[in-house]
Ligand binder design. Structure first.
Ligand code: MN
Length: 317
């Protein structure tokens, strides 16, 4: 399959690379690293990485302005399982299209699809693609891919990190000799206001008897602490490994987009099916949803609580 993807890349002089809306480091890293690798391997090709960026992740690199020419152009979509979540690209507009993804299959969106839903990250798949084809790489590209992988796996915390993950990281470390410590500083140093909000969440989280933990983060709280709403939502990743909590969620008011964003994590039952009922979805143990009101979010919480109750009965917890 990687050979097939490489052949398609070779065939086209114009290539557009897209990924999912609500950009995160893995989406951006897989996209930018693939672009840079294709540019390095084929300097004569025009390659664009498109979509809405985020000031938070500028350290990963810059996106491109697409000139809106679709003839003889290949689209590659990374890290995105479904059509409606592709940022700024419609596969049907392009001459050909390829999907590279690690989410559970949702629907076919591209002509050629490489899906490995046990891979840690889209970045890991791009690492493998570069390893197994003549695509070139350098230290910067290797660092970008490492950041994507580390971010999606929360520093190798999940079972999605298999022996292949470590094998690839080992190969890249040996070849490109980047500093893990320097990269972690770039990724993890954060402002005091965010740490303070984290303290607020710990103190005020609602925890049910079934082991659901959740917190409402209103626009007022976001402003009082001086953080941005994306940072508040991302904080969900910091509440793993609490004895009394098996499923946890942040419910964040996003005034700008007039919606409530719910981020859910689990170390017990699968939660993506529940999230799908509320205009969301994602991975089995890491999902999100967008709802209109806090009341809707509470309905979602009740649903999660029920899921937990059944899970506990089934597993004798
Ligand atoms: Mn990903």
């Amino acid at each position: 399959m990687f050979k097939k993807i490489y052949k398609e890349i070779k065939k086209y002089d114009r290539i557009v690379i897209a990924r999912h809306i609500g950009v995160d480091p893995d989406a951006l890293a897989s996209q930018l690293a693939l672009r840079d690798s294709i540019r390095l391997s084929f300097p004569e090709k025009k390659v664009f990485a498109i979509g809405t960026g985020s000031a938070k992740f500028t350290y990963l690199g810059k996106l491109d302005k697409f000139d809106d020419v679709y003839e003889n152009t290949l689209l590659i979509v990374t890290d995105t399982p479904d059509r409606k979540r592709i940022d700024s690209a419609d596969p049907d507009m392009f001459t050909s299209s390829i999907k590279i993804d690690h989410h559970p299959f949702v629907e076919k969106t591209c002509e050629l699809e490489y899906i490995d839903d046990i891979a840690s990250s889209a970045s890991e798949i791009v690492m493998q693609l570069i390893e197994e084809t003549k695509l070139e790489c350098n230290k910067e590209i290797a660092e970008t891919l490492f950041i994507g992988l580390v971010s999606d796996s929360n520093r190798f915390l999940f079972d999605s990190c298999g022996s292949n993950t470590f094998l690839l990281v080992s190969k890249y470390l040996e070849k490109y000799k980047f500093s893990i410590n320097k990269i972690y500083q770039k990724m993890y140093v954060r402002p005091l206001c965010e740490v303070r909000l984290e303290g607020y969440i710990s103190l005020n989280m609602t925890v049910t008897d079934n082991g659901l933990g959740y917190i409402k983060i209103t626009d007022k709280i976001i402003n009082d602490f001086g953080v941005d709403s994306a940072a508040a939502g991302n904080m969900v990743n910091n509440f793993n490994f609490i004895n009394e909590v098996l499923v946890w969620a942040t419910i964040t008011e996003d005034v700008k987009n007039n919606q409530i964003r719910v981020s859910i994590r689990s170390r017990g039952p699968e939660i993506n099916k529940v999230a799908e009922k509320y205009n969301g979805g994602g991975h089995k143990f890491a999902s999100g949803a967008k709802v209109k009101t806090f009341d809707d979010a509470i309905l979602l919480m009740n649903d999660l609580d029920k899921t937990l109750k059944n899970y506990k009965i089934k597993n004798n917890i």
